[in-house]
Design a protein around this ligand. Structure first.
Ligand code: PLP
Length: 402
């Protein structure tokens, strides 16, 4: 158990479980991305979904201090959270923002993705009323099938009308790739076709006198696999948090450092006789006298029930199996091979302990998802504990925030 974590928090007497966030790893990753994209490409650091569960404000600060130029979030509320925390860098809302929230958009100086004329009108009116400018990034649907204008004459006409609105700045144009993380030939062809559609839209608009300060399309996978598509801005997400979307084997030129680990302390140890069972549904039955430890964290905290009987946990730098159905708030592990294990010892659900490592990507693979989702699932009940140079430098308790 890290003494520093305990010291920093008498509150661990409440429930000894936390997500540990390594600020040095986050800084390293952003510096690395900066070197990778070069000095002339702007970096829009994606900090949506509470910075993939790591804490949006803390991550935004680290990224901006280590090479990021701008921030991106998914919705307006996330942008407002950053502004209220005193962050002044440009922030783009990547998803839809309703024009009825124009007062906040303009008042907080938030940049918005625009793909409906009617919203654009409301933003423009508010900017005019308050004698300010509102900045738009036009969203282009080049094949993601999610949001944005498709390549067509009609789209160009509508974007021209948006551009003609008062107090509007055409700050950017962007699109999003559907299969940039897939190295198969047909996926590469699809991504190239997406890029072609995007540039085509940009050219048509340019010929019509509509130009943009920034063009951007590369997410993390795009940054690694499609440097030719950097344009003048990129939008890295998951690589900032330490995961290469292609898996560790590809792109050895960029090995990011995992930022978050999920940890807890054992709350109970007991011995089971052969034949006794563990948990709801009695999904684990002892085939031998078994030493079982109970952990104070379950699927409500983000340790999904889908992992039941399928994941390993680290104890004393060794892998032991999770056993029985994971409960909402607790789960059990088999520590028979670590006979003198004690209440209070630190366990790692994902992250490093000693020489052993369980990646969030390992858990993701077991349940058929991506690390993004493993991080986003980490609940509000889990304190975020920030480490820098091996020392605890901060802690966020979502439950006790005013
Ligand atoms: C989430 C998101 C990103 C970042 O994606 P990663 O796969 O995490 O790199 C970039 N752009 C848009 C539009 C997004 O929604």
């Amino acid at each position: 158990m890290n003494a520093d974590v305990l010291q920093s928090t008498e509150s661990f007497s409440r429930r000894p479980m936390w997500a540990q966030v390594d600020l040095d790893a986050a800084a390293y990753n952003m510096q690395h991305i900066r070197r990778f994209v070069g000095a002339h490409t702007l970096i829009m650091a994606v900090v949506k979904a509470d910075a993939y569960g790591c804490g949006a404000v803390a991550m935004a600060r680290v990224f901006l201090q280590n090479g990021a130029d701008q921030l991106a979030v998914a919705c307006l509320d996330e942008a407002v959270e950053l502004r209220r925390a005193g962050i002044t860098a440009p922030i783009l809302v990547l998803g839809h923002t309703d024009g009825r929230r124009a007062a906040e958009v303009v008042g907080y100086h938030i940049d918005v993705a625009v793909f409906h004329y009617d919203d654009a009108v409301l933003f423009s009116q508010e900017a005019e009323r308050t004698q300010q400018t509102v900045r738009f990034h036009i969203a282009v649907d080049s094949g993601m099938g999610r949001i944005g204008y498709k390549l067509s004459e009609r789209s160009v006409e509508e974007i021209k009308r948006i551009r003609a609105l008062p107090c509007v700045m055409m700050e950017g144009i962007f699109t999003h790739f559907a299969v940039a993380d897939d190295a198969a030939d047909d996926a590469c062809a699809y991504t190239k076709e997406q890029f072609f559609q995007f540039t085509q839209m940009y050219r048509w608009l340019w010929e019509e006198g509509v130009s943009f300060r920034f063009r951007h399309c590369d997410n993390s996978a795009g940054v690694l696999a499609y440097p030719a598509f950097f344009c003048n801005m990129v939008r890295p997400g998951i690589i900032q948090y330490g995961y290469n979307p292609f898996g560790a084997a590809r792109h050895p030129e960029f090995v990011p450092h995992p930022v978050m680990s999920l940890r807890c302390c054992i709350t109970h140890v007991k011995r089971l006789e052969e034949g006794e069972t563990v948990g709801y549904g009695r999904r684990f039955r002892a085939r031998r006298p078994t030493l079982v430890a109970t952990l104070p964290l379950g699927y409500a905290d983000g340790y999904t029930r889908l992992l039941s009987n399928r994941a390993d946990v680290l104890v004393r730098g060794r892998r032991v199996p999770q056993i029985g159905n994971i409960c909402m708030d607790q789960c059990m592990i088999d520590v028979t091979d670590i006979p003198d294990v004690r209440v209070g010892e630190e366990c790692v659900l994902f992250g490093r302990q000693g020489n052993e490592y369980i990646g969030a990507d390992e858990l993701a693979r077991i349940i058929g998802t991506i690390p993004h989702e493993v991080f986003c699932n980490i609940g509000r009940r889990v304190p975020r504990v920030y480490f820098e140079k091996g020392r605890c430098v901060g802690r966020t308790e979502y439950l006790f925030q005013t």
